[in-house]
Design a protein around this ligand. Structure first.
Ligand SMILES: C[S@@+](CC[C@H](N)C(=O)[O-])C[C@H]1O[C@@H](n2cnc3c(N)ncnc32)[C@H](O)[C@@H]1O
Length: 204
């Protein structure tokens, strides 16, 4: 991690009011759309959204799920998510403090999602986070994020090298597999952005 959790939280607190308007890239929208599509919860499913931010994914899934739990380190981002839930009359969502490696949620989870957030962790921390996610025993984990499909063009980074730490797709697939997820889908949105779908291997 190139910044501490506290530094990332403060950075996103400062950015919370204009975050939604700033996410106007085609790749971000396509990635979020694929995460929502592949999460595909049913009416009895509890969804956990890690690094939920202002709720782009959590709020979009709430209609189809039984309940959505959002976790993030930035109170400012989650406050915006709560406002949007209230504005939309969405009552089956809950947002609270939690980190990838300590989600602060031990209840039942059917599907875990995360969009554009895990790239703040180092590769070793991502591996640990994916193990923690597997320990919650969801049947599916859908990760949309900055990830490298090949050698990234250094003149056109889709991320901020001073604060972000994206992994290669190979590293992520290995981490999914080691944690007990079979990777059933890998969608490339951009040479530096993609979505991985992991299905839990074996009985829950
Ligand atoms: C780029 S935003 C993405 C928000 C949202 N998922 C979306 O798709 O718009 C990244 C979010 O990850 C959160 N974040 C960063 N590091 C985190 C960590 N270690 N644990 C949980 N959330 C984290 C930030 O606070 C921020 O809200």
């Amino acid at each position: 991690m190139k910044r501490t959790v506290e530094e990332h939280a403060s950075r996103f607190d400062d950015h919370a009011a204009d975050y939604d308007e700033s996410q106007d890239s085609e790749a971000y929208r396509a990635c979020a759309g694929l995460v929502i599509e592949h999460a595909d919860p049913g009416p009895e499913d509890v969804v956990l959204d890690l690094g939920c931010g202002t709720g782009a994914i959590a709020l979009a899934l709430a209609d189809d799920a039984k309940r959505v739990v959002g976790r993030d380190i930035s109170e400012g981002m989650m406050e915006r998510a709560r406002e949007k839930a209230a504005e939309g009359g969405i009552e089956n969502v809950e947002f609270g403090e939690g980190r990838f490696r300590e989600p602060g949620y031990t209840g039942e989870v059917d599907i875990v999602v995360s969009n554009f957030a895990m790239h703040h962790l180092s590769d070793e921390e991502k591996r640990e986070a994916i193990q923690v996610i597997a320990g919650l025993e969801p049947r599916r984990f859908v990760l949309g994020d900055v990830m490298f499909f090949g050698e990234p063009d250094p003149s056109e980074p889709f991320y901020s090298p001073e604060v972000d730490d994206p992994a290669t797709v190979g590293t992520l697939v290995e981490a999914f597999t080691e944690a007990g997820f079979a990777v059933t889908g890998a969608r490339r949105v951009h040479d530096q952005v993609g979505v991985l779908v992991g299905e839990r291997v074996g009985e829950r």
